[in-house]
Design a protein. Structure first.
Lengths: 340, 268, 296
């Protein structure tokens, strides 16, 4: 092929592939959403339909719809932020939980439980989680500073995670009763069950700005492929990229965890599966990862509802069961990603 | 259009890497930055590129580089680090295309000018046949040329490169030096062949023969100071090399061009 | 029948109408009203009840008329969890999700204070009446919850009756306390024990035994090291195991060799977990059980 012909083919590939991939995944996500609206779960196990004309509007609008929306939004958030973090840290093993946003949110929620505020209004719980995730971000900023390099950020995230986990254990230790401790533990396992549109309304104002911040970092992530110096020389400040990704992730993931508890591995698995399809280019991975995360989370949540009769499995448990073996497989197969 | 450094000094904590240095670099020059290891060559180059905190000012066409909007600066000054990092196995053509980021609006697809610049850069470094391959599958020399193509793709009027030929085979070392000379002469910064626009190229080099043959000007650094600045045959004298590199060189000519070979190490 | 004079004296309580009408007119009016009320379809029937918490389940099973109960939680039918498992098994069982409960169309939902906050909130948001009960930490709490649940399900009289029975039985058991309170340790899975301000502790006091852990300052619940247990020289060991047939690390505490040694020379009482997991009238059985262990 002539160089000119090569260029033309390259142009088609360059603009085509990620949009096709995103489009396909978006369609699959819509299909999953449709299934999620129709599939329910009662004492006898999975059901299909809405349980009679008088109940149908309520079941559809107040039970199925929030759950479906949250699966898409939370899954999308986790996928998007996972892709962004992997781009930022130049490491395919990075995950939104790394920064401490998830564990900070979990601790904030635990505090709400501990002081007995959760019973009064179930929105107090997500409010606590949001405050927790933003507090974790504030601590991260204080530790790493405006000129923090990536290693400092990662170490700060690990420290915050460890500290939040310790504080959570402490609160559990002093829980007013075993029932309170159990309630906290179950919440932390992650679930979409019985969430209402109020929770969607609570999470969206955090998620959407978070997505926008992360999206604004797309070009910076591409430039960082070549290292910080080259990225700076291309006019894309690595520090700005870094704080866009971190701030966006803390907001969006904080909002998600606030409502669903800790759902792990989606942000790890989805970008990994899709990276090869977009030519490893970080900016092109963002949108497909969003839809891929939405698909994965929706499918996992549908699978939960299709289980035999019994208490409902927790979503975080299912994603961990899928994700942890995948993670091990990655570690075993790990090879350096084309260092110079 | 000139790149002017006034009293630029760089220190890493207590260690002074570059003493206050003033130098004026003009378009059309291919400038070699030479000197022993640790002399401050990379520090000077990075300070000129606006990538290091430094004392003093660097200005491009009379405007302080630090006050330029980052993308404007990126369009004016292209930079290639000494050991460029490469974190994701992109296809070579995509990698070279990253050089067009300063020219592309946010979210806009690559324009025709971007595509032409990418193809031109691939051609200049003779890497067009590698364009569709993932960079992780390339040899280090091939990868180095692709990374250089990335810097060329910016088509900036000032091109600052740090040891661009260190890992290349002899054929490609000659090819790249000739290409850089042509770039300085004006082969590349404009699509329009009718108005070639000369560029400033500054290269940190260790190969003194190539520096002498291809460069129009040499800055010799030692211990953080510019100890000499001028034409290659003047700066790269045997005495200077003995004094600053502590090697006894063979300085001669071959086919009318300078030939400089480090021959023997000298004691302190 | 009271004279018209005393009826008028009571008028402020029963309403002025009682004073104006004579006794015969009142009787006639009452009969007419009763017929009117009874003839309206669905006239003041008992509210249908769904329960989604183990303790709430058992209170509902104790208080409600059988036709009221739509569903209880699956835990209530598990004999390892519930004192009333056999009774609960007669009803449809739920797993506590809002969608399930919708389909039962309950008039009132009884939940625990720590039942899934999201489920409770969603049910409230959908307009269902959700009544929450706190975990019982004393015999007085049992009576309070009896009344609370009874009121929520329209069975106030039965609630009062059971509360009265509870008080009476409490008196009976208190009357047969042993002359000297034996030092007692409670061993639960994982080495946990019960402290002051807990239902189990109050039942122990009622039975007339000394809770060593509470005397040492433990509040509500906590763990008990084997060493503390031995040093307290207990005269009565109370084992409150949970799912003893299933192997678990936690149950190993109940089989600790030191404990076995103590039990060889001292008395043992076994209180199945369901009696203390929730506060019920049946919980008083455990106090009697302790008394019998001390004084066979």
């Amino acid at each position: 092929m002539t160089p000119g012909g090569q260029a033309v083919a390259a142009r088609a590939q360059e603009t085509g592939a990620p949009w096709r991939l995103s489009g396909t995944l978006a369609v699959v996500a819509l299909a999953a959403a449709g299934a999620s609206l129709v599939i329910g779960r009662t004492s006898g196990g999975p059901t299909f339909g809405f349980g009679g004309p008088d109940l149908a509007p309520i079941v559809l609008m107040e039970i199925r719809l929030p759950r479906t929306l949250l699966a898409l939004l939370v899954g999308g958030t986790l996928g998007l932020c996972g892709a962004a973090l992997q781009g930022l840290l130049r490491n395919p093993l990075a995950e939104p939980g790394l920064l401490g946003a998830s564990s900070g949110a979990a601790f904030g929620a635990v505090l709400v439980f501990y002081f007995g505020l959760a019973g009064a209004d179930s929105l107090a719980l997500p409010a606590g989680a949001v405050v927790g995730s933003l507090a974790a971000l504030a601590v991260l900023y204080a530790l790493a500073g405006n000129r923090g390099d990536f290693l400092t950020i990662v170490l700060a995230g690990i420290a915050i995670n460890a500290f939040a986990a310790a504080l959570t254990s402490l609160a559990l230790n002093f829980a007013p009763s075993p029932y309170a401790a159990l309630e906290i533990l179950f919440w932390m396992l992650g679930s979409l069950a019985d969430r209402s549109l109020a929770h969607v309304a609570l999470a969206l104002p955090l998620m959407v700005p978070g997505w926008l911040l992360v999206g604004a970092a797309a070009r910076g992530l591409d430039a960082l492929t070549l290292g910080e110096d080259t990225a700076a020389s291309l006019g894309l400040d690595p520090r700005r990229t870094q704080w866009l990704v971190i701030g966006g992730t803390a907001l969006a993931v904080g909002g998600a965890v606030a409502v669903t508890g800790v759902v792990g591995f989606v942000g790890l698995v989805v970008p990994h599966l899709l990276r090869g399809r977009v030519g490893h280019r970080p900016s092109r991975l963002l949108l497909p990862s969003f839809f891929g995360g939405a698909v994965l989370t929706s499918v996992a949540d549908i699978a939960i509802r299709l289980m035999p009769p019994g208490p409902e499995l927790k979503l975080g448990v299912v994603t961990a069961l899928l994700g942890a073996p995948f993670f091990l497989h990655l570690i075993v197969r790990a090879r350096p990603a084309g260092g110079a | 259009m000139t790149l002017v450094a006034r009293d630029v000094a760089v220190a890493y904590g207590p260690r002074v890497a570059l003493e206050p240095t003033s130098v004026e670099l003009l378009r059309g020059e291919l400038v070699a930055l030479v000197g022993p290891n640790g002399a401050g060559k990379t520090s000077l180059l990075k300070a000129l590129a606006g990538l290091l905190p430094h004392a003093g000012t660097v200005s491009w066409s009379g405007v302080d580089v630090a006050s330029l909007e980052p993308r404007a600066r990126a369009r004016a000054i292209a930079y290639l680090p000494q050991t460029p990092a490469l974190h994701w196995p992109l296809r070579a053509r995509e990698l070279v295309g990253l050089g067009r980021l300063p020219h592309r609006g946010y979210g806009a697809p690559p324009s025709d000018a971007d595509r032409r610049a990418t193809e031109w850069a691939l051609a200049q470094t003779e890497t067009a046949e590698l364009a569709e391959r993932g960079v992780d599958g390339l040899s280090s020399g091939e990868r180095a040329r692709v990374l250089l193509a990335r810097a060329l793709a910016v088509r900036a009027p000032a091109l600052l490169v740090d040891e661009p030929i260190a890992t290349l085979d002899p054929y490609h070392q000659l090819q790249v030096m000739a290409m850089l000379r042509a770039y300085a002469d004006g082969s590349g910064t404009s699509d329009d062949a009718r108005e070639p626009r000369a560029a400033l190229v500054v290269a940190v080099l260790h190969d003194l023969s190539l520096a002498a043959r291809f460069c129009t000007r040499v800055l010799l650094l030692d211990a953080g100071k510019v100890v000499d600045d001028g034409r290659p045959e003047v700066v790269l004298s045997a005495r200077a090399l003995e004094r600053h590199y502590r090697v006894q060189p063979v300085v001669t000519t071959y086919e009318g061009e300078p030939l400089i070979l480090p021959w023997r190490r000298l004691g302190r | 029948m009271s004279s018209s004079l005393s009826s008028c004296a009571n008028a402020a309580r029963r309403g002025a109408l009682a004073c104006v009408l004579g006794p015969r007119a009142r009787a006639g009016l009452t009969v007419a009203l009763a017929l009117l009320v009874a003839s309206r379809p669905g006239a003041a029937p008992l509210p249908s009840v769904a329960s989604i918490n183990l303790c709430a389940d058992q209170l509902v099973l104790t208080l409600a008329a059988p036709e009221q109960i739509l569903t209880v939680s699956w835990l209530a039918a598990d004999p390892e969890e519930s004192v009333l498992a056999a009774q609960a098994a007669r009803y449809p069982l739920n797993y506590g999700s809002a969608e399930e409960l919708l389909r039962y169309r309950p008039d009132v939902v009884i939940a625990g204070a720590y039942t899934n906050a999201f489920t409770r909130a969603l049910l409230t948001r959908l307009g269902y009446r959700v009544v929450e009960i706190e975990p019982e930490e004393s015999i007085a709490d049992i009576a309070a919850n009896l009344r609370r649940v009874a009121h929520a399900i329209g069975r106030d009289e039965r609630g009062e009756a059971l509360a009265a029975e509870l008080a009476a039985r409490e008196q009976e058991i208190a009357a047969t306390k042993p002359p000297r309170a034996p030092a007692t340790v409670v061993v639960r899975p994982g080495g946990f024990t019960v402290g002051e301000h807990s239902l189990a502790d109050e039942l122990m006091k009622l039975a007339g035994v000394r809770n060593v852990a509470a005397e040492q300052g433990l509040d509500r619940w906590g763990s008990l090291s084997m060493e503390t247990l031995l040093a307290s020289r207990p005269e009565l060991v109370v084992l409150s195991g949970y799912r003893a047939s299933q192997p678990s690390l936690a149950n190993a505490a109940l089989a600790h060799p030191a404990l076995r040694l103590v039990r060889q020379s001292q008395r043992t009482a076994i209180v199945p977990a369901p009696y203390w997991a929730c506060g019920l009238p049946a919980s008083l059985d455990s106090a009697e059980l302790l008394q019998r262990a001390v004084n066979p």
